[in-house]
Design a protein around this ligand. Structure first.
Ligand SMILES: [Fe+2]
Ligand SMILES: [Fe+2]
Length: 190
């Protein structure tokens, strides 16, 4: 028991050694972000396996959401690695249960869009907290690894929702646009 306590004290000391200008507020918001990334991972995984069911049978949606879930898992790991580099304490809270069934791919895409907007808001808050605590390294970590990717992801999901809606109300335009996408090399090509 004595040895174990000693070992714990050593661990504490080592973690303090690596810590430099890392505010408690920054540690807390990064722990919150890890939970959000894992929630997104869990939600995308649930979406993927909903569309893999034989009564949904949508292999494209399965592939898209499964890849998305893996990306979110990687985001959580990236933040966990960063926390250890900064000497923060990881706190892994319970992950909220995800929604398990969807009427359509559009419904799942809308759900994903709303979730990504929430994640983006949280990332911007984390960036503001890092800035307020005069932590340029954490600001750079968030900017480099998350902010642009988040904007691109939101645009992609919004585009998919629009494309689904277009295919619902004007299938010919939707299909012709697909044809243009494959064929178009400009008007005066030979
Ligand atoms: Fe993410
Ligand atoms: Fe995401």
């Amino acid at each position: 028991m004595y040895r174990f306590r000693n070992f714990c004290n050593c661990r504490r000391l080592f973690s303090v050694l690596v810590q430099d200008n890392f505010a408690k507020e920054c540690e807390e918001i990064l722990n919150k972000q890890i939970n959000l990334e894992l929630k997104a991972f869990y939600s995308y995984l649930a979406m993927a396996f909903h569309f893999d069911r034989s009564d949904a049978a949508s292999p494209g949606a399965f592939k898209f959401f499964k890849n998305a879930s893996e990306e979110e898992r990687q985001h959580a790991i990236l933040i966990m690695e960063y926390m250890n580099k900064r000497g923060g304490d990881l706190k892994l809270n319970a992950i909220q249960s995800p929604k398990l069934s969807f009427q359509s791919i559009k419904e799942a895409m809308l759900e994903a869009l709303s979730m990504e907007k929430d994640v983006n808001t949280a990332l911007l808050e984390a960036h503001a907290i890092a800035d307020r605590n005069n932590d340029p390294n954490m600001c750079d970590f968030i900017e480099t690894n998350f902010l642009q990717e988040q904007v691109d992801g939101i645009k992609q999901l919004a585009d998919y929702v629009t494309q689904i809606e277009k295919s619902e109300c004007d299938l010919s335009s939707y299909l012709f646009d697909k044809y243009l996408m494959q064929d178009s090399g400009g008007m005066h090509k030979k």
